[in-house]
Design a protein around this ligand. Structure first.
Ligand code: ADP
Length: 435
């Protein structure tokens, strides 16, 4: 599939997911706050209504104030419920308006609730049976909000007492708050769209980078594999055209094919190492290592090779420390650096290996007085397949993967590796590892 198309659709998917997540979070947050404010605002009113209801029921059963069970609690002169006594019964909110409905659905206590109240609010009202037993909101005369509950009249069958509390101010607050939440939600959704867009772009960046890197890696790998394969194929085809020749006569072809096969085998091993490193499949098997002793052991055979090619190798191993490392990987790391040092130095050059400890970190330095590297090369030396001089590296058998593997080994040990110019010429590779 086209790369840009895939990236665009993935970015869109990221954006939608982030937007949904933001909206959901804000939605839940807003709903919790809103319902919390609503219940808090109505809590006092509902408490008063329930107390009133309880009192009516208690009076009806004749338990309150010494009244007899068949005594109508509202049958006194005024029609109001008996005043709360000071001996423990709750004190009632004067905002509670008790409306008495007879069994024909008519208000019978107009005097009690007051003529003005009746005219302004309740003259058009009808009794709503759904208000019996449960507190609900009702709108009266089109614009007045009441919290209400109805209780069957304790002594008149089919009649009801409806308790009403005007909650216009509370409702006003809730409406304002609802408006604020809606405005904030719209602003927040607009902001989330831009935030999700920016975030999705940011999230895609490393994916695009690793995509490009992977494509480049595959291209380079196939190129590197194709070259030796072509050489081997050519040589074998040439030999096939002259089957009468003896191996001795085509020795050069056989030797070249063999050397290319070795290169191929090294290359596939390196590629496999890096592929496993990328998939974090490779597990380190760390153990405590005596650094000086370990480095000495790895370097010994190289000192002999250096001597054979008229190079001088010196060791200065003064770390006197142990480090936690995977011995196989540490060995591989040193071999890569020593191989390079031998490859890129000439006769009478020197190669030095030193170990030390600074600020609780172990240092290994591999330096040489060889051909060194350009300034541009220094910044790219750890890139995969980077070779300072393609032609020269083919001669030396390098594929440009050694230092990438070295960097992965150091990274996986939580250390650092640095490439520096040596003075007056050559290279220094400085490795810093935690102890
Ligand atoms: P190669 O297998 O080509 O040596 P590396 O990844 O080990 O691959 O090294 C990458 C490149 O870095 C080499 O091609 C070479 O140009 C340069 N390089 C590495 N080590 C040295 C060194 N000690 N001196 C000079 N150049 C070096």
């Amino acid at each position: 599939m086209n790369k840009n198309k895939v990236i665009r659709s993935q970015q869109l998917r990221f954006m939608v997911y982030t937007l949904i997540a933001f909206t959901l979070l804000f939605g839940i947050f807003g709903t919790i706050i809103f319902s919390q404010i609503k219940t808090t605002l109505y809590a006092k009113t509902d408490n008063d209504l329930n107390n009133y209801k309880m009192m009516i029921e208690t009076e009806g059963r004749g338990e309150g104030n010494g009244a007899s069970p068949d005594k109508d609690p509202f049958a006194d002169k005024t029609g109001f419920p008996p005043p709360p006594d000071k001996g423990g019964r709750p004190v009632f909110n004067p905002r509670v308006i008790p409306i008495q409905w007879d069994k024909d659905g008519k208000i019978v206590n107009i005097q009690q609730i007051g003529f003005i109240n009746y005219e302004n609010y309740f003259s058009d009202m009808k009794f709503d049976p759904s208000t019996v037993g449960a507190i609900s909101n009702v709108k009266v005369s089109g614009s007045y909000h009441f919290r209400t509950i109805s209780v069957p009249h304790p002594s008149q069958a089919g009649a009801y007492i409806q308790l009403m509390v005007n909650v216009d101010s509370e409702q006003n607050l809730i409406d304002n708050f609802k408006q604020i939440i809606i405005i904030c939600s719209v602003i927040f959704i607009l902001l989330s769209i831009s935030a999700s867009f920016i975030l999705s772009r940011k999230m895609m960046k490393p994916i695009i980078r690793s995509w490009d890197k992977q494509v480049e890696f595959v291209e380079n790998a196939s190129h590197e594999l194709r070259t030796p394969l072509t050489i081997i194929q050519n040589k074998l085809e040439l030999m096939q055209t002259t089957p009468e020749k003896r191996i001795m006569d085509t020795f050069e072809n056989v030797a070249l094919s063999l050397s290319e096969t070795r290169r191929l085998s090294r290359l596939t091993t390196d590629l496999l190492t890096l592929a496993r490193a990328d998939s974090t499949e490779t597990q380190l098997e760390k153990q405590s290592i005596d650094l000086d002793e370990f480095v000495h052991k790895v370097c010994s055979p190289y000192a002999e090779i250096a001597e054979l090619s008229e190079k001088h190798m010196w060791l200065r191993l003064h770390s006197k420390t142990r480090i936690e490392a995977d011995p196989a990987r540490l060995h591989q790391l040193l071999v890569i650096l020593l191989d390079n040092a031998l490859k890129y130095t000439g006769e009478y050059d020197s190669i030095g290996i030193s170990t030390s400890v600074k600020e609780n970190k172990a240092y290994i330095e591999v330096s040489d007085t060889g051909i060194g590297i350009s300034e541009e090369g220094l910044s790219r030396i750890f890139d995969r397949f980077y070779r300072e001089d393609q032609a020269r590296s083919r001669e030396t058998g390098g594929s440009g993967l050694g230092l990438s593997i070295a960097q992965w080994i150091v990274d996986s040990h939580h250390g650092t590796i640095q490439a520096l110019h040596n003075q007056p010429k050559g290279m220094i590779f400085r490795i810093r590892l935690p102890k």
